[in-house]
Design a protein around this ligand. Structure first.
Ligand code: ADP
Ligand code: MG
Ligand code: MG
Length: 254
C-alpha cells in the first residue's frame, strides 16, 4: 500500500525553481533513501513535505496516507504523524529537555483532540522510550541540546521521534559530521522504530549511513527531481561512480 505519494511537485524560492516535476512514492513500512549531490533539492523536498513557509509550491501533490498534506499547517501535519529530524538540531537554553519533550508530545495530542498527559504518565513514557533506545535519563534534565555532543543531540532527536510515535519520519542528513558512534545511535534508533505501519525517508549525501540503515529503496535526486530509483545496491553503485552521470553539468558534482 502507498504511504507517501509525491506527484509532479514543482517548487520555487525567490523566483528560482528548485524542485522540477519531482515524483516519489514510499510504501507502508518502507525505508526509502534519497541520495544526491549538494544543491539537488533534497532538503527543500523535506521542508516542503513538513510545511515550511519559505517555499512556493507551484504545482503538484504531496499525499500521506490519503491526506493532502499541502492543505495542512505544519502542526497539523505533525499531528497526522509526520516527523522531521533536522540536519542542525536546535538548542534551547533554560528549558530542560524533559520539559521540551513533554510540551511537544502534548501539542501533538492537543492537535489530535487527545487529553494532555499527566506528568507521571509522561515520565513513564519517556523513561520507557529512553530505556529502549539506551539513553541515560540524566540527560533529560539538561537544557535541550545545550553543550550536548553530536552523539547526545542525535540521541535526543531519536528519543523525540520514538516518543511521538510518528507514522512517517524524514531524516535530512542527520548523519553529516557524525562520528561512527553517533551514526550508530541514529541507525539503531531507526532500526528499532522500523515497523509495518511506519515509513522512513532517509536523506543522505553519503553511502556510509546506509551500511547501518539498510534501505528498501534508494532514489537518486539531481537537479530537483528523482532521476533514478533502485534497491539497496544502487547506494553502493553511487559510492563508486558518484553523481556525475546524473548531472547535466558534471562539474557541479560535489
Ligand atoms: P540539498 O539539500 O540537496 O543540498 P537544497 O534543497 O538545500 O539542496 O537546495 C537546493 C537549491 O535551492 C540550492 O541551489 C540552494 O542554493 C537553493 N536554496 C535552498 N534554500 C534556499 C533559500 N532559502 N533561498 C535561496 N535558495 C535556496
Ligand atoms: Mg546541502
Ligand atoms: Mg540538504
Amino acid at each position: 500500500r502507498l504511504m507517501l505519494e509525491i506527484r509532479r511537485l514543482n517548487v520555487s524560492i525567490g523566483g528560482r525553481k528548485i524542485l522540477d516535476d519531482c515524483s516519489l512514492t514510499v510504501e507502508d513500512g518502507e525505508v526509502a533513501a534519497i541520495m544526491g549531490p549538494n544543491g539537488a533539492g533534497k532538503s527543500t523536498l523535506a521542508y516542503v513535505i513538513a510545511g515550511r513557509k519559505d517555499y512556493r509550491v507551484e504545482s503538484g501533490e504531496v499525499i500521506l496516507n490519503g491526506v493532502d498534506l499541502l492543505a495542512l499547517e505544519p502542526d497539523e501535519r505533525a499531528a497526522r504523524g509526520l516527523f522531521l529530524a533536522f540536519q542542525y538540531p536546535i538548542e534551547i537554553p533554560g528549558v530542560a529537555t524533559m520539559t521540551f519533550l513533554k510540551a511537544t508530545l502534548n501539542a501533538q495530542r492537543k492537535q489530535r483532540g487527545e487529553a494532555e498527559l499527566s506528568t507521571p504518565d509522561f515520565m513513564r513514557r519517556v523513561k520507557g522510550a529512553a530505556e529502549r533506545l539506551g539513553i541515560k535519563p540524566d540527560m533529560l534534565k539538561r537544557a535541550l541540546n545545550v553543550g550536548f555532543s553530536g552523539g547526545e543531540k542525535k540521541r535526543m532527536d531519536i528519543l523525540q521521534m520514538a516518543l511521538l510515535e510518528p507514522t512517517f519520519c524524514i531524516l535530512d542528513e542527520t548523519d553529516s559530521g557524525l562520528d561512527i558512534d553517533a551514526l550508530r545511535v541514529v541507525a539503531d534508533g531507526v532500526n528499532t522504530l522500523r515497523a509495518p505501519h511506519r515509513g522512513f525517508l532517509v536523506i543522505t549525501h553519503y553511502q556510509r549511513l546506509l551500511d547501518y540503515i539498510v534501505p528498501d529503496r534508494v532514489h537518486v535526486m539531481a537537479e530537483g527531481r528523482i532521476v533514478k530509483s533502485g534497491g539497496k545496491e544502487l547506494a553502493l553503485e553511487l559510492e563508486k561512480s558518484g553523481y556525475r552521470n546524473y548531472l547535466t553539468d558534471p562539474d557541479q558534482a560535489v
